[in-house]
Design a protein around this ligand. Sequence first.
Ligand code: THU
Length: 160
Amino acid sequence: MKTISLDINYQEFSSIDEMDPKDQDLIREAIEAQKGSYATYSGFNVGAAVLLEDGTVVRGSNQENAAYPSGLCAERTAMFAAGANYPGKAMVSIAIVGGFDHKLSEDPCSPCGACRQVMAEYQTLSGKPLSVIMFGTKKTWKFAKVDDILPFIFDSFNEK
Ligand code: THU
């Protein structure tokens, strides 16, 4: 038996002004996307923006429903829209913002497990790292690849 440790590196920014201009732009797109959030049941509004390899940005926001499981998170709304409308184009980055009542949280808005799994699939599909930016007004985190937020990814491609 041996104990193995994982070492995950990510960047923390106290202001988005410290970030790469492309990342700043993507965060601003996610903030715009949050305006489209329909979260009448939870009151928590999330916006996401996906950057494709050719520079296209696809926005998404959480969409809730009276039949609760019928709703969808902002990240998957954005990624599925990107996959559906731009098939074959690699997703290179995703920015996420969130907060109650259309405000922005102080802490980074962290994606749920199901959204991480979908990010992993698109990253595997493209063979290029998909970076993940979690925005907060007090601090923002950037992860270089999905592996850093979903270690031991389930990947059916491994079995082939
Ligand atoms: N939500 C997202 O849009 N993304 C996440 O990663 C976590 C949660 C949404 C789902 C629901 O509409 C609301 O936030 C409260 O859970």
